[in-house]
Design a protein around this ligand. Sequence first.
Ligand SMILES: Cc1cc2nc3c(=O)[nH]c(=O)nc-3n(C[C@H](O)[C@H](O)[C@H](O)COP(=O)(O)O)c2cc1C
Length: 217
Amino acid sequence: MNVIRNKIKQSKSLTGPFPSFDIEKASEYPYQLFLEWFDEAVNNGVHGPHTMTLSTIDCNGSPDSRVLILKDVDEYGWYFASSSQSSKGKQMDANPNVALNFYWSLLGKQVRIRGKVSKMDEEMSAKDFLKRGTVAKAISLIGKQSSILETPCDVDEALVNQLHRIRKNPTLVYPFWTLYKVMAEEVEFWQADEERKHTRLRYSLEGGKWYKKRLWA
Ligand SMILES: Cc1cc2nc3c(=O)[nH]c(=O)nc-3n(C[C@H](O)[C@H](O)[C@H](O)COP(=O)(O)O)c2cc1C
């Protein structure tokens, strides 16, 4: 058998044991259930529970996706930060329809969020930027995320320059650093079951009210 196909076949997924998901007891609002699931992930030692995939749409209508870090969640949405000059930043400027995906394999839980993204104001974005580590700030200040890197040693030189600027002015903020908020219109909670009888619950926002529907797995 083809080596890679064999390795894929032998890879384990959805092995459990998994927690049960009582849909009857699910919160009225999806962000509340998300917070409960997030707590469960943290309490069970899930590695990087705040790691998620952001999907965007480019100017040709083709999907794109990448991993990001979740910064906050509240009743208004899910927050992350990036450069508005990056590929994703430009894609979101042109088309605010996005999707987020979390997968916590240890618990067999997946959360899918679809909605519209918006930019938080400059003050909040600056606050987020200033909370970053020095090197992370310096890398952002270079301001070249997603552009072609012709000469790898240019990175070191650019980094040294930006670290020098930060040393001289510790409150320096990269002007395109942006805190984004995804306002959900649909949120699906998916709980794996070892016997493959997975449980799916979808919340949909209609006329300002959240409706819950169970889905076939
Ligand atoms: C675990 C992990 C966390 C990441 N967190 C962020 C983040 O919070 N913000 C960000 O701009 N990029 C983050 N990245 C890098 C992105 O995945 C991506 O490479 C970068 O943002 C450029 O994406 P773009 O070209 O689609 O704009 C992270 C990557 C990984 C693997």
